[in-house]
Ligand binder design. Structure first.
Ligand code: SF4
Ligand SMILES: [Zn+2]
Length: 331
């Protein structure tokens, strides 16, 4: 089918709440259309959960990228925080040429904070040396477990490389936001909780913020095919709350989460009745860091506990019950 998307248009642009200078502020979020992630294009097929390939498009020229910035500026309402994502790495000059990077930082010179994301191999002293101090580099570490990173996520870099990149960013006087993946495929729910907690402890020394991303099912991904045949359930919101509760007060970085697709079958969810309350609690905690904000009550909490026991008993990470039976499982 012919791709009707224009390379000169942004993939998406919206405003949401985030933090800058210790305050909750509006943030403009841009998803730029680029030629795509170098790792995904290298014949690896990309990471198992990543649908960002869908946001990449061939034949994006420098002129197209200029137009995308024009579009972003036309929608800019003076938000103090601007977050710029591409379908790969902002610091990869094959995706974002230096002239585009310079224009972005010049146009947004008035804002308090700018966040861009990159794979560690592009975070060189040269690439970050000229960035303004208000820049935050986002690292998609996902997990500190090298085996999980290699076999379940297929990330194409090691946790050690990510840590070295984080340290380079800190040495350059910039901030780091580390993204962790809650529940990579082939991990049970309880192993996923342990994995996220230990990964956050690993990332804490080089991170100002740690964002827990519960896996959500994106189109045309390997995890999507597991999910369609009933072999994967996105994490429970209880698991996300548990990770935040366990990390609270024990790490220096701000712990946060802004789940995509939360409350749907494709995203982090509980029973359906308490999802809104659970995700509201996660959002409040992300800003306050007060564990009291994580209090949520619903009878499905015991179902979540039984779900984890069932997985352990059966020795499987495959989804152990269809969605309609989530309230009735007995083990
Ligand atoms: S998750 Fe990041 S590194 Fe992995 S394929 Fe997607 S854009 Fe590339
Ligand atoms: Zn519930």
């Amino acid at each position: 089918m012919k791709d009707k998307r224009r390379p000169s248009e942004l993939e998406a642009c919206w405003s949401e709440k985030d933090m800058a200078g210790g305050e909750v502020v509006p943030a403009q979020v841009l998803i730029m259309r680029t030629s795509g992630c170098a790792w995904a294009k290298a014949g690896s097929g990309g990471c198992t959960m990543c649908g960002y390939r869908a946001a990449s498009i061939s034949g994006v020229t420098e002129e197209d990228l200029y137009r995308q910035i024009d579009e972003a500026l036309s929608k800019y309402a003076g938000e103090p925080f601007v977050k710029i994502y591409t379908s790969g790495s902002f610091l990869d000059e094959g995706e974002i040429p230096p002239s585009i990077r310079e224009r972005i930082f010049e146009e947004y010179r008035g804002c308090r904070r700018i966040l861009v994301e990159s794979r560690p191999e592009f975070i060189t002293p040269d690439a970050i040396g000229s960035l303004p101090e208000r820049t935050t580099i986002a690292l998609g570490l996902e997990t500190s477990n090298e085996d999980v990173l290699r076999t379940c996520v297929r990330k194409g870099f090691t946790a050690a490389q990510s840590r070295e990149a984080g340290e380079r960013v800190k040495d350059a006087g910039l901030a780091v936001r580390t993204y962790l993946l809650l529940k990579p495929p082939f991990l049970t729910e309880s192993d996923a909780i342990e994995d996220a907690v230990s990964s956050a402890r690993f990332a804490d020394p080089f991170s100002d913020e740690i964002s827990i991303n519960p896996l959500n099912i994106q189109h045309a991904t390997y995890v999507g095919s597991l999910w369609r045949r009933g072999d994967f359930r996105p994490p429970w919101a209880w698991s996300l709350i548990e990770v935040m509760r366990r990390l609270s007060g024990t790490v220096s970085a701000r712990i946060m989460s802004s789940p995509s697709g939360g409350g749907t079958q494709r995203g982090v969810h509980n029973c359906g009745r308490c999802d809104r309350e659970a995700l509201g609690a996660v959002e409040r905690f992300s800003f306050s860091q007060d564990p009291g904000d994580l209090s949520v009550a619903c009878e499905c909490k015991s179902t979540w506990e039984r779900y984890m026991s069932a997985e352990r008993m059966l020795g499987t990470a495959a989804d152990v019950m269809p969605p309609e039976s989530e309230l009735t499982i007995r083990v």
